[in-house]
Every structure is written in C-alpha cells, then in structure tokens.
Write a protein that binds this ligand. Structure first.
Ligand SMILES: Nc1ncnc2c1ncn2[C@@H]1O[C@H](COP(=O)(O)OP(=O)(O)OP(=O)(O)O)[C@@H](O)[C@H]1O
Length: 227
C-alpha cells in the first residue's frame, strides 16, 4: 500500500473544550489510484490532507508511507519526502508571483538538486503537457485562473511524485474551467503512475472517480457511486 492512515485522530484545543476533527480514520491509498474526499465545510478535509502530507501531526494514530510511520521521521527527512514523493495542489495556486511559469515549475527540481539545464527541460515538457508551452515565460499575474492552476499541476508533478494531494484544486474556477482542469488531472493519473487524493466540494466531479469517501462527524464513509 502506498499510504495508510491508521486510527488517525486529530483534535484541537478550543478554549477549554476539545474539538475532535478527525476520529479514528482508517484509509488506504494504493499506488496509482485516484480518489475523492468530500464533506461539508469544516468537516476536516484539509486537516486530513495536512496529516497525510506531513504538514500536521495526528493527535493519535499514524500515517504510513510505504509502510513507514512518517511522524517518526526527522524534519529533514519529511522535507525531502515532500519534495520528492509528494505533490501538492491548492485551491489558490500558491505560485511565486515574481517568477515565470517555467521557473515556478522548475523550482521543486532545483530544490531536489537537479541541474538548471535539466530542470528547465523537464519544466518545459511539463508545461507542454498541460497545454501551456506558449505561456512558459508569463508570470502568474499574466495568466488566467485555469492557466495558473495548470502551472500548479505541472509544478506538483515536477519530481514525478508517487502521490499528489489536492485541496479543492478546482474550487476557485468557473464551472467550465473546473471541468477542464479536473479532466486534465484524470488524464495525468492515467498516464503517470501517480496516485491522486482530491478534496472537493463538487459532488459531480467526485462522482467521476472510482472511489469517493465522505468525511462526516470525524469519520470517513464510502460513498456509493450512482453513475
Ligand atoms: N489550527 C487550528 N486550530 C483550531 N481549530 C482548527 C485548526 N485548524 C482547523 N480547525 C478546525 O477544524 C475543523 C476542520 O477544519 P478543516 O479546515 O480541516 O475543514 P474543511 O473540511 O477542510 O473545511 P472547508 O471545506 O471549509 O475548507 C474546523 O472546525 C476548523 O475550525
């Protein structure tokens, strides 16, 4: 199994009471699979994704990657893992405004120690794949919302991660653009051996995926697909 959450709980201290956001979650993500996590606002979707990405620590339970408990890793090992094995896509693109699309996509490669010429070649190929070869020299402010999200997708895939965690990747886009971006994510999942866990509030997009889980009262339930 690529990633497993085992008996994962996360609570926050809210004044003198405890807010139990995630309660005894068990989740397995297989290599190359694509699944959606849905749930109402505040149900804990981002908290779960943060725990899976090593950005937050469970209050109890464990996140295993390739069978190893990530909470036992040093900060350096976690950072290397995030850079090389994981990709992150957010609702707001989080691109660096001063840098071109090409430089944004090349950044994780440079951080991984890949030579600049190689990084540029790979970043160019990724931008071409997401349909933005012509926009490589544009800065984020010079791109449309859908284009920015495509750059963010290319950046997330730069180091050929085994798992991409996407938090509302289409949440800031109009309906037609959201469908196109979601289509691109599905294509990339088919082409690459990369698993995708996608948090979305859009039930119609989630219904297109082989597996959808709903987060409710701190627990994950399988959603039966009607399509
Ligand atoms: N650092 C924190 N301290 C205290 N409470 C927090 C913290 N982070 C999140 N919460 C609370 O945990 C709950 C779950 O938040 P989370 O952001 O995971 O929900 P979500 O399902 O992603 O919501 P949305 O769809 O609105 O983004 C919310 O009630 C939120 O207020």
């Amino acid at each position: 199994m690529l990633m497993e959450c085992r008996h994962l709980s996360r609570s926050y201290q809210d004044g003198d009471r405890q807010l139990q956001v995630l309660q005894d979650i068990n989740l397995s993500v297989a290599a190359g699979e694509m699944l959606a996590i849905v749930g109402s606002s505040g149900s804990g979707k981002s908290t779960l994704l943060h725990c899976m990405g090593g950005l937050d620590k469970p209050s109890a339970g464990s996140v295993l990657f390739g069978g190893q408990a990530i909470e036992e890793w040093s900060a350096n090992k976690l950072a290397d893992w995030r850079n090389q094995q994981l990709g992150f896509i957010y609702q707001f693109h989080h691109l660096l405004p001063e840098f071109t699309a090409l430089e944004n996509v090349a950044m994780p490669l440079l951080i991984a120690g890949i030579k600049a010429t190689q990084a540029e070649l790979r970043a160019k190929a990724l931008l071409q794949r997401v349909g933005l070869a012509e926009r490589a020299q544009h800065r984020p402010a010079e791109l449309s919302g859908g284009e920015r999200q495509r750059v963010a997708i290319a950046r997330a895939l730069a180091n050929e991660p085994s798992l991409v965690l996407a938090d509302e990747p289409t949440g800031n886009l109009d309906d037609a653009t959201a469908v196109q971006v979601f289509e691109l994510l599905k294509e990339l999942n088919q082409e690459l051996d990369t698993a995708f866990v996608i948090v979305t509030h859009d039930q119609s997009l989630a219904a297109q995926l082989p597996r959808t889980l709903s987060l409710h009262h701190g627990q994950l339930e399988q959603v039966e697909q009607t399509a």
